[in-house]
Write a protein that binds this ligand. Sequence first.
Ligand SMILES: Cc1ncc(COP(=O)(O)O)c(C=O)c1O
Length: 452
Amino acid sequence: MPEGLQHISQRGYAAAEKPVRIDLELYSQAVKNRYHRGSNPDGAFPMNVAENHLCWDMLKEKIESVTRNNSIPEWVASYGDPAGVRSFREAVAAFLSEFLVHQEVPADTLACSAGATSVIEMTSFLLADPGDTAVIPAPSYPVYTMDIGTLPGVKRFDLQNHHEVYELKDGFPIHISQLEDARRTIEQQGSRFSMLILTSPDNPTGGIYAESQLEKLATWCEEHKIHMIVNEIYGLSRIDIQHPEIKSDYPSPLSFVSFARLMQKKKSPYLHFWYSLSKDLGISGFRIGLLHSYNTGLIQAYRNAGMPHCISNYTQWVMQEVLADKVFMREYIKAAQKALTDSYVIVIRHLKALQLPYNPSYGSLFVWLDLSEFLSRESEEGQHNLWLEIFEKTGILLTPGAGFGHSKKGLFRMVISCLSHQELEVAMQRLKEFIIKKRNEKPTLPLNNEQI
Ligand SMILES: Cc1ncc(COP(=O)(O)O)c(C=O)c1O
């Protein structure tokens, strides 16, 4: 037991007992022993934290030119609007309008905080009461549990809408009847279904929601006075599904349409949107996230309660200058999407050759793959052991399925944007050797190097 626990509150005790995620210890081990072509060729590949390093050099140069060529404005040193200073919100609104929503996003509908994490926490705190429940289609981002739970006291309900990855081929099979069932179950447990949280493109599956599906879900939520929030944190991290090597994976392709467009049409107090610069711009360390909502009461509450979560004015100033350069941002997004697609294709090429099931992705920084054929036991423990074995034998650290809330065991998330293309090739080669060896240990599915 760590020292001093007996002197803190029950909440503090609970927090001390619960690490934010189970893979952090191995992550720091993998980072210390990171692969390097020249100096550490047998090193590890930490592929479990959702970071995007693909075009950092390009953005870094732009940020450095802003800080080098401009004098810091006076307002930067003072307190500002807790929901984000006006000039920053205007720059972010113009960026979203131009590149993601393709329709005007008013600056007054935005409230900003230190990363999507704090935006999720703040929004849950303001929309739901302690003991309420948020429904989240499974599998989904494990850290939602802490973001909605630790301070807001909201419970997570993982809505099972499929079991096998191939069931996602025409989009998420989420039906109103499942939401009705979830509502009944939640109410029977003495709680209230107060939020529906969707992520599009999704973490971990890379799936997206069709516009018509979003509309149906939004109408149902409004009718039942349930808040629907779509997290578009991966909104610009999109895969080019026309790429010749992957095109056949999308026989009936869906189109990405931002939920913010529907919000603008409906102007409902129950519809909301989350975004952050952590993923699309690969600057998770800058801590910039935002809520977009036409619920003016919610924005006001956010402003009044948001002081502990403010983004530093210096960060707001630097990024408003960067975002204002539309020519640069267009080039950056184009380069980032190309690099991401190239990473994705490297991974998929190997998975196809190895006949490993995965969900064809429309966007995000992930591949969600099914390694269940290698489970010694179909259980959390079997999954955990396989995760450790992959790390031990290949140096590849994936995110295990635990915490994603999904019914099927043996699914893993691979982050594809944290390595260079050269590193990714090496990692996939190691994974290939591991798979071949495992299959050869099992007489049923032999495969050798020549077949691949
Ligand atoms: C779906 C989702 N929401 C929120 C976050 C947290 O983002 P931020 O770094 O902006 O707090 C992540 C990070 O992985 C995520 O995947």
